[in-house]
Design a binder for this molecule. Sequence first.
Ligand code: ADP
Ligand code: MG
Length: 380
Amino acid sequence: MKTPHLTLPSYYIGLMSGTSLDGIDAALVAIAPDSPPRLIATHVLAMPHALHNLLLTLCHAERVSFAELAEAESAFCKLQADAVKALLTQEGVTAEQVHAIGSHGQTIEHAPSGHHGGPAYTLQLDNPSLLAELTGCTVVADFRRRDLAAGGQAAPLAPAFHQALFGRQNGEQLVLNLGGFANLTWLPSDTNISVMGFDTGPANVLLDAWFAKHHNGRFDLDGAWAAGGQVDQALLSRLLNEPFFHQPPPRSTGRERFHLAWLEKQLTGHEMPNDVQATLAELTAISVAQGVQQLPLSHNDITLMACGGGANNTYLMARLAAQLPNAIFKSPADIGWPEDWIEAGAFAWLAHQRLHNQPGNLPSVTGASGQRVLGGIYAH
Ligand SMILES: Nc1ncnc2c1ncn2[C@@H]1O[C@H](COP(=O)(O)OP(=O)(O)O)[C@@H](O)[C@H]1O
Ligand SMILES: [Mg+2]
């Protein structure tokens, strides 16, 4: 009997550390032709306090020395390598079995429109050469700048992966990532209609910063502190005056626009701290709902897949459900992708796209002048 020809899947590792600076997410992903990527295994390495604080300082520093940049980059790269090694050991997979690591790097600043008329830039700390040496794997990195060079926002990049993962046949779908910032992807079922996606505004970045100012901890577990507060409507409307919330897509944002000082400028000083936390959760829920309203949905009842760390925040999710009463919330875990793993998975998939010279961006999302092969290869 003839053996049927089987196309074996290839292994890729996606490495993601987002604006929340909470840790390195390492995802082992199997990719085979003509089927959606499969999540095989995961490993999280929490960001040590010293590195978290150093990166946070760099994100908001007026001046940075090259030595500080190098120190942060090297420490970050070693943490990434440790995450990869732990993942491989845990799964009994060798470095030789991994086709490539897709490394997002750590965003320090994202200025797709430049500053004061200067050139557009987006800066991710990353050392793919060192990562290749430390892990023994080929590394693909620098995913964002080619899209930027082609006139795009360089963000969000995940929507192309959302399309590869969730497909377009199951009716109209929304994917919402609640990371440091929130971004929305619209996958219309009609494949003649382009996918849309954009950042809607801050999510965990302000919730974490305000929480950390008042507690000895990094985040408000399940939104319990926010749940005990009351939304301050006057503060909410001052925050919503920020022009970003009224900008049409393509749009993307980062810590350079939304940070603790931005929030504190809008406070009277008489607010109860947990009222501010409840107001920040409301700000995220409302700005996401406003983003949904900007989409040319064909009907109101829409499936929404929430992912990212913020999807674990029960209070935030309840506020989102209140703002989007017609949305049917689904978990990507139903198809084997727990909510925390979509972003890391995207960078495994982007590494695969790069090795196969396939585009990684969606011009309808980023505003780039065309599709582009994203990233550079650091072969091992
Ligand atoms: N159980 C939880 N309750 C509230 N917030 C949570 C919970 N789990 C995760 N988070 C939030 O998710 C964040 C991490 O989300 P993540 O998707 O990794 O963001 P990023 O992509 O910016 O790194 C944490 O900083 C925290 O704010
Ligand atoms: Mg994270």
